[in-house]
Design a protein around this ligand. Sequence first.
Ligand code: 5GP
Ligand code: MN
Length: 339
Amino acid sequence: MITEKIQKSQLQSARKLLDKSNAIAIVTHMSPDGDALGSALAFYHYLHNIGKQTVAVIVPNSFPDFLSWLPASDEIIIYENHEEECKTIMANADLILCLDFNEQKRIGKMADVLDNATAKKIMIDHHLSYASFPDVVMSYPDSPSTAELVFRYICSQGHAECITLPVAECIYTGMMTDTGNFSFNSNHVDTYSIIAELVRIGVDKDAIYDKVFNTYSADRMRLMGYCLYKKMKLYLEHHTALIALDRRELYRFNFTSGDAEGLVNLPLQIKDVYYSVFMREDKDKIKISFRSQGERPVNEYAAKFFNGGGHKNAAGGENYESVAKAVELFESTFKEYFK
Ligand code: 5GP
Ligand code: MN
């Protein structure tokens, strides 16, 4: 038996909006990860299961190959490649579901389209704080994943029977990826009650692990070796590691979206390293990931110096100058915060 988390008033308000909506768009954040896509596609299948026929999943940009097996991932519309189609869908929607993000900035160029849409908006998310634009907000930062909230949402609506195998597989993938295969944020008893239910429905968790974590390219493995052997800088007094890659280095290893996934976690395997930072040069910015262990928040630091945010132990940010400048800014500021 899992505890109730989502407030009744929120469930009721969401239900009212859903009941009277015919055209529904589901939106999630830039560089969608397993939780973003898992939550969005779980909701997509669920809405079909309750009889909604016009449902679209829209993401700002492409997603990594290791998630392309997710049921109905081929139905996802990528805004970057189909801008006009996405604009039309969002303008005509009665309802837009905002999953796994807390503020407009996280959906990049789609932010204006979302702001201009006359649709009602429901947010389900687990990041700290939330923007005020949605009509209904279900924000639970103590939830390890948005996918878990989607499971709770569906059950709380009395629709447990609508959690068919595709819904269950998508939810499991979100839960698994946002907890690093249940290695952090994973001491909640409810998580395992939910997994038990998903496995009962037919989820093959071993197969999902294999599809998500054992599909790297040889280039990505070599990039990983390069990062650890040549690029990892240790600040042992501050229990911190930094890896920073510029465009040329990424090019050398045929970098594609998803290749960076998990690299930031590697230095945390070193004894006494509790903070890890990974920087890479993207098209128009430097993308930065922060990870930490235990009671050592990195989200506030990410917000203060790198225009970002996120969770206590997993945050992200950006810099608009250069890798060298981002490293310089990091080295001149982190010591006071990383202890
Ligand atoms: P990642 O390092 O995997 O990109 O992101 C880690 C966490 O930080 C995710 O939960 C993500 O939502 C959050 N995050 C990443 N980039 C940003 C950002 O630029 N701004 C904010 N507010 N959060 C971010
Ligand atoms: Mn998430």
